[in-house]
Design a protein around this ligand. Structure first.
Ligand code: FAD
Length: 174
């Protein structure tokens, strides 16, 4: 029993300390709640530290929190859809499906990836990859699902291509 309890607590601690599953404010609160290890002289940074005292800002050269990781990931996913062919070959369709599946299993925020997989098994269905338009719309719906979970407004999926491929019609991206 004690072995199982130790194993469970180690797992919980490990998930608890998952930086890419946590926003920077919570991460810093967790760090404060834990004893600070004494720095060893051999591991001191050679460059001047770029520490931020603002609780919601991460220096640009630090590992991402869940929000930074999310923004970068959605940028990659929607940009991949934007570059996807209008008429993909069977191989390209297979690659896109495989990419989304692998992405969801390797995503560093574990529960984000698990929820994404559950959505694909349920309401979202398998990735829709028979055209650029279909793939872009499907990814937009995937992000709207997360938006809903986080209490954010839904994005108008008719506009995914302006946002991620062509730029807005008012020309501000030109
Ligand atoms: C697969 C996946 C699952 C995630 N799950 C979680 C989770 O469970 N918990 C959690 O805290 N975070 C999760 N995230 C991160 C979360 O979605 C946000 O990226 C993060 O909260 C940062 O939000 P943001 O408001 O700064 O911008 P984001 O929500 O990342 O949005 C970036 C930009 O995308 C555009 N956009 C918004 N919605 C859409 C849409 N539907 N379609 C197209 N473009 C859109 C907007 O222009 C916006 O400025 C997940 C990310 C990914 C990639």
């Amino acid at each position: 029993v004690s072995f199982t309890a130790t194993l469970i607590s180690l797992l919980v601690l490990n998930i608890y300390r998952c930086r890419s599953c946590t926003d920077i404010r919570s991460w810093r609160q967790m760090a404060k709640a834990q004893p600070t290890p004494k720095p060893s002289t051999s591991t001191l940074p050679t460059a001047a530290p770029t520490l931020s005292t603002h609780p919601t800002q991460i220096p640009t050269d630090c590992p991402p929190d869940v929000e930074q990781l999310g923004r970068a990931s959605w940028t990659l996913l929607h940009t991949v859809a934007g570059a996807y062919p209008e008429k993909p070959t069977p191989q390209q369709q297979q690659d896109a499906t495989q990419f989304i599946s692998t992405f969801s299993r390797l995503y560093p925020c574990h529960w984000c990836g698990t929820d994404f997989q559950l959505w694909m098994k349920g309401a979202g269905g398998a990735p829709k990859v028979s055209s650029r338009q279909e793939f872009g719309q499907w990814l937009c719906e995937a992000q709207n699902e997360v938006n809903k979970k986080l209490g954010k407004e839904a994005f108008d999926c008719n506009k995914w291509e302006e946002r991620w491929r062509t730029g807005w019609k008012d020309g501000r991206c030109d």
